[in-house]
Design a protein around this ligand. Structure first.
Ligand SMILES: C[S@@+](CC[C@H](N)C(=O)[O-])C[C@H]1O[C@@H](n2cnc3c(N)ncnc32)[C@H](O)[C@@H]1O
Length: 263
């Protein structure tokens, strides 16, 4: 576990309620994770989603992956997120898409989930758990609310190689990450609470290539618009963020982990 600043709940909420929230949607589309729809399809297949299954999306943001898997697989989704602006927008977009009978977004913390034990068939997470302060608590909560035999699938931004302290600290501070897991650290955390790890992949190469698009969007295609909407300081911050993260991903210092486990 790579620990840095203890960002508080309000720091992460502020990050997503402010310009960063809309900048991520601009770069990644409303599925706010690298690889977009394609990586969602990979995880849905690996988890064997079936009609009627109840999925909990932990850190559901704008809810686009939930709408995607409801349409493609006939599942029901509860989304859990602690940023009110995102939950409101997620519920609004879901109603507009006519999917509000199958999806509900609720406010809550991933470290203390507001659900009874053994509620869900599937726990789902995409590239958000890097923000969670106590990742062991998150995994213990996922285990508690999952039905016996149920599956956990998630991707996360992880530390994948040697990286100098100062460089990692800079990367994490730009993203409001309090700490980051390593590729094996996530597997150990799951095993510790009783999960059987069925699959674990280091997807850093594909992840690094996604940063090419984010750098192009920020520094070329959307540059003028970002400056007009947010001012030159936010633009400079966004440019540094995408440039530094892209370089670290190509150097295999940080990357993406993909995990499937069973209770
Ligand atoms: C990168 S976005 C998630 C993207 C989303 N999974 C997707 O693929 O579209 C990160 C989200 O995590 C949420 N978040 C971070 N820490 C959280 C916590 N401890 N509990 C609940 N939500 C949290 C933020 O509010 C934000 O909406």
């Amino acid at each position: 576990m790579f620990k840095r600043t203890d960002f508080k709940e309000s720091d992460v909420q502020g990050f997503y309620s402010g310009p960063a929230g809309s900048l991520w949607e601009l770069c990644m589309t409303e599925e706010i994770h690298s690889g977009g729809k394609e990586t969602t399809n990979v995880m849905a297949k690996a988890l064997g989603l079936k009609p009627g299954m109840h999925v909990l999306d932990v850190c559901s943001a704008l809810g686009a992956p939930a709408r995607h898997i409801v349409k493609d697989h006939g599942v029901r989704v509860t989304g859990l997120d602690f940023t009110d602006a995102y939950n409101e927008e997620a519920n609004k977009r879901t109603k507009a898409a006519g999917l509000d009978k199958s999806i509900l977004f609720v406010r809550g913390n991933a470290m203390d989930m507001p659900f009874p034990a053994e509620t869900f068939d599937i726990i789902w997470g995409q590239e958000a758990w890097c923000h969670v302060l106590d990742k062991d608590k998150l995994i213990a909560e996922a285990f508690r609310v999952l039905k016996p035999g149920g599956k956990l699938g998630f991707t996360d931004w992880i530390v994948t190689g040697q990286i100098a302290d100062a460089e990692l600290k800079g990367l994490m501070e730009m993203m409001a990450f309090p700490n980051m897991q390593s590729f094996t650290g996530w597997q150990e955390a799951m095993k510790k609470v009783g999960f059987k790890v069925l699959d674990a992949k280091d997807e850093t190469e594909a992840y690094a290539r996604c940063w090419d698009d984010y750098v192009r969007t920020v520094t070329k295609d959307a540059k003028e618009g970002i400056i007009k909407a947010n001012g030159p300081d936010i633009y400079a911050f966004a440019e540094k963020l995408v440039t530094d993260w892209r370089a670290a991903a190509y150097a295999h210092k940080v990357g993406r982990g993909f995990y499937i486990a069973q209770k």
